[in-house]
Design a protein around this ligand. Structure first.
Ligand code: PPE
Length: 304
């Protein structure tokens, strides 16, 4: 990752190297924080941050769910992200907001700890590789189960909860796969380590419900909306491991991953072992929307 010039930290722009935290920060010890991942794309009207307000709303919702008293509003954070992006002179890239408990309290009870907010931005290429975007990636079903609604909040981007994703990702890479698919405790498909999953069979597109333990993905919402407008049937339902093996097409969606085709699952080719027509269409529609070429859904573009 190439450093940029500034990081927004608690209301002001500070030099990249100076955006540091104390080692006794509560969030560092107990994973008490929430974060976001947002992409900005180059359009013919300059850089546009994609669904910026939706991402900041999810951040604020997550902070509320975790009981983190955040003083910054969605509007404040939207303004800050745009200011930071412009100050760094970026044309496209990734925006990473993070809210966490700082110093002032040790022990589990965070009462008395400061609440810190930062936003960073940098250039970021294809999350699962250019080659993955083009020809598809390989995935394996993880031995790790997705965190449950009984123990944590799978539908919040809580920092500590990502240990679950990290374990699954490392296991997948060690086994020679590009990415993991996590089942939930009941054996239904939840999602990838940092992506939502879509499956196509006989022309019908399916994706797991939030109740199955996935994040309410903003890219997933975007892709669903675009596919439905394109005439596809998209249904939300519980999916099993067999569904993966019987699928004609599988693909991941995520801010970082964009729309990434899956060409192999547990060493079995998906369909013909190459990205299928619905996956290709989803990629095309998504990129056209995010770069302002679609001519619809301009409400999703926040020009810097
Ligand atoms: N599930 C998980 C667990 C997840 O982390 C993400 C985003 C998604 C689904 C897709 O959500 P959305 O971005 O709203 O479409 N993962 C972020 C973090 C990746 C990372 O390595 O860090 C991202 O894509 O920015």
């Amino acid at each position: 990752m190439e450093p940029t010039t500034y990081i927004w930290m608690n209301g002001r722009l500070v030099a990249w190297e100076e955006a540091t935290v104390h080692v006794l920060s509560h969030g560092l010890h107990y994973g008490t924080g929430v974060f976001e991942g947002i992409r900005a794309y180059e359009t013919d009207r300059g850089a546009a941050i994609f669904r910026l307000t939706d991402h900041m709303e999810r951040l604020v919702r997550g902070a509320k769910a975790l009981g983190i008293p955040l003083t910054w509003s969605v509007d404040d954070l939207v303004k800050a992200a745009k200011e930071l992006f412009a100050a760094n002179g970026l044309r496209s890239g990734y925006v990473r907001p993070l809210v966490f408990y700082g110093t002032g309290s040790m022990g589990l009870n965070p009462a008395g700890a400061s609440v810190e907010a930062i936003i960073a931005a940098w250039e970021w290429g294809a999350y699962l590789g250019e080659e993955g975007l083009r020809n598809g990636i390989t995935v394996g079903v993880s031995s790790w189960r997705r965190i449950s609604h009984e123990a944590l909040l799978p539908n919040a981007k809580a920092t500590g909860a990502y240990v679950n994703s990290v374990l699954a990702k490392q296991e997948a890479l060690a086994a020679g796969y590009d990415e993991a698919i996590l089942l939930n405790a009941e054996g239904h498909i939840a999602e990838g380590s940092g992506e939502n999953l879509f499956l196509v069979r006989d022309g019908v597109v399916s994706t797991p419900p939030v109740a199955a333990g996935c994040l309410e993905g903003i890219t997933a919402h975007t892709v669903r909306t675009l596919l439905v407008e394109d005439g596809y049937e998209v249904v939300e339902r519980n999916l099993t491991r067999t569904d993966l093996y019987y699928a004609d097409e599988l693909f991941f969606t995520g801010t970082a991953a964009e729309v990434t085709p899956i060409r192999e699952v547990d060493r079995r080719p998906v369909g013909l072992g190459e990205p299928g027509p619905v996956t290709r269409r989803a990629q095309e529609l998504f990129m056209a929307t995010a770069t302002g070429r679609l001519g619809r859904h301009e409400e999703w573009l926040d020009f810097v």
